[in-house]
Structure formats: structure tokens, C-alpha cells
Write a protein that binds this ligand. Sequence first.
Ligand code: GUE
Length: 293
Amino acid sequence: MQLLDGKFASEKIKLEIAAEAAEFTAQTGRKPHLLAILVGNDGGSETYVASKMKNCEKVGFESSLVRYDTDVTEEELIQKIREINADAGVDGMIVQLPLPKHIDPEKITDAIDYRKDVDGFHPVNLGRMMRNQPCFIPATPYGILLMLQAYGIDTTGKHCVVVGRSNIVGSPMSILMARNANPGNCTVTLTHSKTTNLKEMVLQGDIVIAAIGRKNFVTADMVKPGAIIIDVGINRETSETTKSGYKLYGDVDFENVAPLASWITPVPGGVGLMTIVGLLKNTLASAKKEIYQ
Ligand SMILES: Nc1nc(=O)c2c([nH]1)NC[C@@H]1CN(c3ccc(C(=O)N[C@@H](CCC(=O)O)C(=O)O)cc3)C=[N+]21
């Protein structure tokens, strides 16, 4: 078993991003700028947004955080998004999910100018991804592609089984792994909570991408020996033995699956760190107008 080390891969790519950001700043006199909107104070969201901001600083980006209380209205939020759409000093904008129940996340996503949608959630970016046109790829799927690339893993001809069909991970991941590219060129099976013979399906995977949001969902009896295992899960449980007060669990039973796998991502220290790299790369591409003019 070999570890797909998100710490190692993300640090390596961040050095490249920092060099490109420095060049951009030398040429334009400004830094690439990512703005995040955070509503409420969900523990996970606080951690991830703080990490995004810190990583911006690390690679020489400007970052801004706009905060709202949980009771902010949809209209107020959309008004702010429109303001930021019009602000030429902002290259990328994200609205951290999940949002409070009274706010429709699709309305919010649709309000973001697709040219600043570095999360890649806007219908224009999703549609362009389907057509294999230049676009912002959703940060987590993008991070997974970068991870496979960093370790030189050839995915061509392999059977990739994706577990979970969310709009932000499972669905886009299945499209990206099937397309004519490397990473890509896979035969893809997209499974989910209503798949009847899930164990048999996952057992066929040369590559398994677990993104179903349930702790230790993928167990050793479901994994073909030699498979490549990508764990997208970030299931938090409170813990009295850790300094942070919580412990993270993946969607994969790492302890029992790792000995079977050829490659496997840990949680923490795997896909989460690459998600941030995907976001930074999209923001840089936006600043450099590599995707949209
Ligand atoms: N609009 C939006 N865009 C997102 O990209 C988005 C989102 N909403 N909502 C939630 C998910 C989740 N996500 C993570 C980012 C970093 C880590 C990360 O850095 N994880 C560290 C550990 C972090 C910890 O200790 O909690 C690791 O896995 O090693 C994890 C998860 C981004 N998401």
C-alpha cells in the first residue's frame, strides 16, 4: 500500500501556484483575489474557510471574508453577490455551503457571475464541463484529478466506481473520470444510497471514489485487492482526546482497507487539502483570464 499524501501533493502544487501568483503580481501590480462568504458559524465551515484564507496568504493571494448571521435573507445575500460580481478587484467568489434552510443554495449559486465562480457550481461551468470546454471544475473533483496527476497514476482503461451522486462531488467526478483525458478515460459506475448490489459494484472498481458522507461506509469486503482508493469523506465527531475537540473520519474504513489497496488517501491529510489547491488554481486561472476574458 502506498499513501496518496495530500500534504505532500498540495505543498508541491502550492509552490507552483505561488510562483505564478508572484509573476502575475509583478506584471499587474495586484494579487489574485479570492472572496469567501460565510453564513452562520457551523464548526466545519469555520475551519474550512479559515484554511482557505490562510492558504491564499501562503501563495501570495489577497483574501476577503464576508460574514453574515444565520438570519440573513436570501435577498441580502444576492444583493451582496451582485456587488461583488461588479467588483473588478475580485477574481473568485465562493459562498461556503451548507447554507441555512431558508436560503436556496441554487439561487445563490446562480447569482454568482460564472466568470468568478471558482467553486465551479454555476450551471454555465457545469454545462461547459459536460462539453469538455474550458471552465472552472468543482474544487474537490479538480483536487482529486491533481492528486492522481501528482502521483503519475495512469487511469486509462480502468473501471472507476464512484460512491455518492452529489452535485459537488460524485456527479461531476463521474463525468471527469469518463472523459477523454488522463486522469480520465475510465469506464465509470456511479453508485449511491439506493444502489441495490452496492458491494458487488464497488468490488469491481479498479478505482473507488467514496463520497457518500457516511463514516467507514466502504469496508474491506467491498474492495478488490490492488484497487486505488480515494476517500472524500469528512465525517466529524466530537472527541475528548484531541486538542481540537473533534476527530475526522473518512467514508472508508482506512485501517482495514489500506492493506488491500495499491494507493489510498488518508483522512485527514488527503482530498480535503487538495480541494483547497483546486480552489486556488481556479482563482489564479480567473485572475489570469485563462478561462474567460
Ligand atoms: N462553497 C463551498 N465550496 C467548498 O469547496 C466546500 C464547501 N462549500 N462546503 C464544504 C466542503 C468541504 N470542503 C473542505 C475543504 C477543506 C478541507 C480540509 O482542509 N481538510 C483537512 C482537515 C481539516 C480539519 O481539520 O477539519 C484535511 O482533510 O486534512 C476539508 C473539506 C470544502 N467544501
